[in-house]
Design a protein around this ligand. Structure first.
Ligand SMILES: *Cc1c(COP(=O)(O)O)cnc(C)c1O
Length: 325
């Protein structure tokens, strides 16, 4: 396997533990959680792992500024702003929409971290990106563009490495199924490639968060492409096909960032049973999907199911009104 530039931002392995109270609600089922909400960088989350490779690439190639894109409450943007601070890089964030009246949640944290914020109109991402990159270059900067969610070949390497980490944890804790929130696809791509490289057993089940996330390209296809691109970067022989990607639709009907009773209920269930916070956009939706699959008998009796918590809790502060309704 080829060595790829890497810059440490988090503290690993993240804990894997049993959900003792919640498991009692599902006789014959054992529930576990892997705590990537505890990666140790600026309130944690799955983007820490991706950014270790993305920032590694930026530093290796002498970039001095990172630029990335997302929603106003993007966890990825918050983690990127923090990663830039750690690495000594400038950070410019392109946030979708217009400046909100109330500055809270991830947007507040972006500001505290000193990120330069720019707003763009939905549908004008490409132009806005190009314009900002040109402006920064004219100012004598060398900007490094990180795509939405950090989900390119390089970012995906973070979850390939995470599967190596999980493999060690599986020596003492058998798991049959992994359930998690899949949105821009990098996390999913890394898991399926890592599963093949490290020969891990658990079935990987992504709950789709946003319908038509990647525009013209279906998410599954995007995951396959990015996973194979990452395999190339690592110079490994594994090849991913659509059959390796399990993506469950049906929990994203409300649209991205729209909080419904399913997310509110999932947040409440895990908080009140285990004292753990989910988020209203990603993990709340994915956890709701898992609870629904459990109810429908999707998993065999005796199954050990691990929810891979990907972070996002700061968004709760932004969605307070909807969560408390
Ligand atoms: C970005 C994000 C995801 C989705 O990860 P992708 O790699 O974009 O599919 C899941 N959960 C949280 C909390 C996130 O911020």
């Amino acid at each position: 396997m080829k060595k790829v530039p890497h810059f440490q931002l988090g503290f690993f392995p993240t804990p894997l533990h049993r959900l003792n109270n919640l498991s009692k609600e599902f006789p014959g089922i054992n529930l576990f959680i892997k705590r990537d909400d505890q990666t140790g960088l600026a309130f944690g989350g799955n983007k820490t792992r991706k950014l270790e490779y993305l920032i590694g690439e930026a530093l290796e190639n002498d970039y001095d500024t990172v630029v990335t894109i997302g929603a106003a409450q993007s966890n990825h943007c918050r983690q990127t702003a923090a990663a830039a601070v750690v690495a000594g890089l400038d950070c410019h964030l392109l946030l979708r929409g217009s400046e909100p009246e109330i500055c809270n949640g991830n947007y507040l944290l972006d500001k505290i971290l000193g990120a330069h914020i720019h707003w763009f109109e939905a549908g004008k991402q490409k132009e806005s990106e190009n314009l900002l990159l040109e402006t920064l270059k004219k100012e004598g900067k060398k900007p490094f563009l990180i795509p939405v969610g950090g989900s390119n070949e390089t970012g995906t390497l973070g979850y390939v490495k995470a599967m190596e980490e999980l493999k060690k944890q599986l020596e003492t804790q058998k798991i049959d199924h992994i359930v998690f929130a899949s949105c821009s696809g990098g996390t999913h791509a890394g898991m399926v490639l890592g599963k093949q490289i490290y020969n891990t057993e658990p079935e990987i089940i992504g709950i789709s968060i946003e319908k038509d996330m990647t525009g013209e390209i279906p998410l599954k296809e995007h995951i396959v492409t990015v996973a194979n691109g990452a395999a190339e970067l690592l110079d490994v022989a594994q090849k991913i096909t659509g059959q390796d990607v399990t993506l469950i639709d049906g929990y994203n009907e409300a649209g991205y960032g729209v909080v419904t009773s399913q997310e509110v209920n999932a947040i409440s269930v895990l908080a009140k049973s285990e004292g753990i916070f989910l988020d209203p956009v990603y993990t709340g939706r994915a956890f709701a999907g898992m609870l629904d699959l459990l109810k429908k008998g999707y998993f065999q009796k005796g199954s050990k199911i691990m929810f891979w918590h990907t972070g996002g809790a700061p968004a709760n502060f932004h969605y307070a009104d909807q969560i408390l309704e």
